[in-house]
Write a protein that binds this ligand. Structure first.
Ligand code: 5GP
Length: 187
């Protein structure tokens, strides 16, 4: 069966580490590359970070119904998942992996139903999330407050996810994720 794994989490919960761990273990997992109407930044490569489309090309694909979901995330910059991307990955017999925000994740789930498993990576507590964001040292105090406020909102969506994995100790969270994914792949 064609399958999809959807991972969401507040920033600082450790999602990328867990997802990368899973990609290293299960060779059949493959990241979905989104399309965007924004220009590439720095070392970004078309087809790797994103499929970079002009605003006109993006709009044309929207009109033709080529996206399974899309959003204007920032004013003037649209992002979305092309159906052709799912077909590309499924045609190899692979399982599609989404690393996506809560709204996008639940939209994809609504569309794909039992083909999709949604997994929410939960930080152990607001205090620990704050500690992790501060120790990362990449954000200003103001940016950390913003991320924490956003995290509170994102966490309210966790109850709609199929599985919630609390990332208290990374090693245990990776193991729990492995078990959940392994069961889903076998089903
Ligand atoms: P970036 O910093 O790469 O320009 O923007 C990333 C933002 O776009 C994040 O908020 C991310 O969740 C969102 N995003 C990336 N790909 C998709 C997608 O396929 N669909 C939706 N709805 N949002 C996306």
């Amino acid at each position: 069966m064609e399958k999809v794994l959807i991972f969401s989490a507040p920033s600082g919960a450790g999602k990328s580490t867990i997802v990368n761990h899973l990609l290293g273990i299960f060779p059949q997992l493959e990241f979905s590359v989104s399309a965007t109407s924004r220009a590439p930044r720095g070392s970004e490569v078309d087809g790797r970070e994103y499929y970079f489309l002009s605003p006109d090309e993006f709009a044309r694909k929207v009109e033709r119904g080529e996206f399974i979901e899309w959003e204007e995330v920032y004013s003037g910059s649209c992002y979305g998942t092309l159906r052709s991307e799912l077909d590309r990955i499924w045609s190899k017999g692979h399982v599609v992996v989404f690393d996506i925000d809560v709204k996008g994740g639940l939209n994809v789930k609504k569309l794909l139903g039992d083909k999709a498993l949604t997994i929410f990576i939960m930080p152990p507590s607001p205090e620990e999330l704050r500690r992790r964001l501060e120790s990362r040292g990449t954000d200003s105090a103001e940016a950390i407050e913003k991320r924490l406020a956003k995290a509170q909102e994102e966490i309210t969506y966790a109850e709609h996810y199929d599985k919630v994995i609390v990332n208290d100790r990374l090693e245990e969270a990776c193991k729990a994720a492995e078990e959940v994914v392994s069961r889903f792949l076998e089903a």
